[in-house]
Write a protein that binds this ligand. Structure first.
Ligand code: MG
Length: 310
């Protein structure tokens, strides 16, 4: 007897429209005669426990939630041969966008049934796995402030006041960064480590990151004042920030970051550990379902890509 597909639903993610899409997804699964077991999460960490329990009894695990829910599921399925299909149900869904998972329910089912699987790297920060990106300093402070006032579903608007207040009040820490055993930065600033190229609101901070090359991408913005931050943001919007003299862009396997005080860090959009941080890479630890990459119309842009940039 074939194994069922499990669908893990976070009821707090996404807006009204996506809840209609969930109804359509159930109908599309029935129409395709795919046996599906649906599980609704009740609290943080629930998805990890459930995914761990069913990992070996599932044909595939679909995730209906934001990037935080995907992170929870990944943490329960490290080294499992059962593939994961993240659906676009939350505010950002950076991983689903990076993998070009469609948002239409019928096409999600088509992807589930016909698309190939690929092994994907997982980043590890102080023993916690991440799939997307971690931010140390300014970014971590914004997420920490948002988390302190968050109730239920968040939208882009939820970030406005945490970003505004952090912008004016943030005191840039002095960071010492050691990549693959060599000190590469010892100054004031903020840092990002990415497994994928996408960051919130369409920014590509780790613009060259590829999720299966066995390396993580580090971006360090040297920054002591708010005016420098505005300039960094403008260059990042243009995806030209690695060309700036006061930006470091480097790929690595192991990284240590220590600061002149404990500094906030965000991990896949949620509050992470404070510095000091130890970051490493676990190659090919998770299996994902994704459509075949299409040639990008942006391939003329002068940086190497993974065929998944748009
Ligand atoms: Mg990589």
């Amino acid at each position: 007897m074939s194994k069922p597909v499990h669908l893990i639903v976070n009821p707090h993610s996404g807006h009204g429209g996506r809840r209609h899409a969930l109804v359509d997804l159930r109908a599309a699964m029935r129409a395709a005669q795919v046996e599906m077991v649906e599980y609704t999460t009740k609290s943080a960490g629930d998805a990890t426990r459930y995914a761990r329990e069913i990992a070996e009894d599932a044909r595939a695990v679909m995730v209906w939630g934001g990037d935080g829910t995907v992170n929870d599921v990944v943490n329960g399925m490290i080294s499992s041969e059962t593939p994961i299909l993240p659906c676009r149900a939350g505010t950002e869904n950076l991983l689903a966008k990076e993998l070009r998972i469609p948002s239409d329910p019928r096409r999600i089912v088509e992807t589930l049934l016909t698309s190939p699987t690929r092994y994907c790297d997982v980043g590890v920060v102080n023993g916690h796995n991440f799939m997307l990106i971690i931010g140390i300093g300014f970014d971590g402070e914004v997420v920490r402030r948002l988390s302190a006032v968050r109730t239920g579903h968040i939208s882009y608007l939820s970030y406005f006041w945490p970003i505004w207040r952090t912008f004016w009040e943030h005191d840039f820490p002095k960071m010492r960064i050691i990549a693959d055993g060599k000190e590469i930065f010892n100054d004031y600033g903020m840092a990002f480590v990415g497994n994928i190229s996408r960051y919130a609101v369409g920014l590509r901070i780790c613009r060259d990151a590829v999720f299966d090359d066995g390396l993580l991408d580090l971006v360090v913005f040297s920054c002591k004042k708010q005016t420098a931050l505005v300039l960094h943001a403008a260059w990042t919007l243009l995806r030209r920030h690695p060309l700036k003299g006061d930006v470091i862009y480097k790929q690595f396997r192991n990284l240590q970051i220590e600061c002149d005080r404990p500094v906030s860090c965000q991990v896949d959009g949620d509050v992470g550990p404070d510095t000091p941080l130890d970051v490493s890479m676990a190659k090919g630890k998770i299996k994902l379902i994704m459509p075949e990459p299409r040639p990008s119309p942006w391939a003329i842009w002068p940086w190497k890509g993974n065929g998944r940039h748009d």
